[in-house]
Design a protein around this ligand. Structure first.
Ligand code: ADP
Ligand code: MG
Length: 226
């Protein structure tokens, strides 16, 4: 179970800004096997909130807990290990590497941390995810020879590789047609929750919200805080 309390994050002031952005987040709780959408317009703080939940950034105030772990109180090294072992990430801009094949892009988390070794079980898992996401025939290609929608599927497969207990996806269905969006989202949610993950997806697309158990709406959060 992921939960937050009193979460705030203020970016450091740059040389050319008067007031840096401050995120003030309503408390949230997401149980294993359930899904939450984070919705709000561009610039409202969705990606910032996800980076706090992933342990990439440390809150200025409040805390993030995952089960018994106070993520926001861990050291940098412990947070990195938490991220690789517990969290699957699907990034907004995919972060695929053009010099690696689709398969090696899916397996990339194994190259980033010794706690997640690249073995035959992982290779089988990568192939299996590629099949289930409809890109099984494309695994030897470099990502620049894929369509946008296919690249999105590679990013989803990578996020799911290590059977994460927490899957965080940042606008994973952007730039798809409405039918394609809903199909990829349903596949992502089913694959992740089948393995018992808690899933959090940032989106600015209100048309997708019926797919989720819970919705965190930044507009409602602002009204509450004001
Ligand atoms: P969203 O994902 O909802 O579009 P973000 O979380 O990316 O919103 O951004 C929220 C606000 O934080 C924006 O005003 C943005 O300009 C600001 N911001 C994002 N990243 C940084 C950063 N690295 N330094 C300073 N401000 C940032
Ligand atoms: Mg964003």
């Amino acid at each position: 179970m992921l939960s937050t309390s009193g979460l705030r994050y203020r970016y450091r002031q740059g040389p050319y800004e008067s007031t840096p952005f401050e995120l003030v987040a309503r408390d949230l709780a997401v149980a294993a096997g359930t899904t939450l959408a984070i919705v709000g317009p561009s610039g409202c703080g969705k990606s910032t909130l996800l980076s706090l939940l992933a342990g990439e950034r440390v809150p200025t105030a409040g805390e993030v807990r995952f089960g018994d772990v106070r993520v926001s109180a861990l050291s940098d090294a412990e947070r990195r290990r938490f991220r690789i072992m517990t969290v699957g990430l699907v990034f907004q801009e995919f972060r695929l590497l053009d010099y690696l094949s689709v398969l090696d892009n899916i397996l990339l988390p194994c190259r980033l941390h010794p706690a997640l070794p690249l073995d035959d079980r992982m290779r089988r898992r990568a192939h299996d995810l590629a099949e289930r996401l409809g890109i099984g025939a494309l695994v030897t290609r470099p990502p620049q020879r894929l369509s946008h929608g296919e690249r999105q599927r590679v990013a989803v497969a990578r996020g799911l590789l290590a059977k994460p207990k927490l899957l965080l996806a940042d606008e994973p269905t952007g730039n798809l047609d409405p039918v394609g969006k809903r199909r990829l989202l349903d596949e992502l949610l089913a694959l992740a929750t089948d393995d018992g993950a808690a899933v959090i997806v940032a989106t600015h697309d209100h048309g997708l919200l019926s797919a989720f158990h819970q919705v965190y709406d930044f507009a409602a959060a602002d009204a509450e805080v004001a």
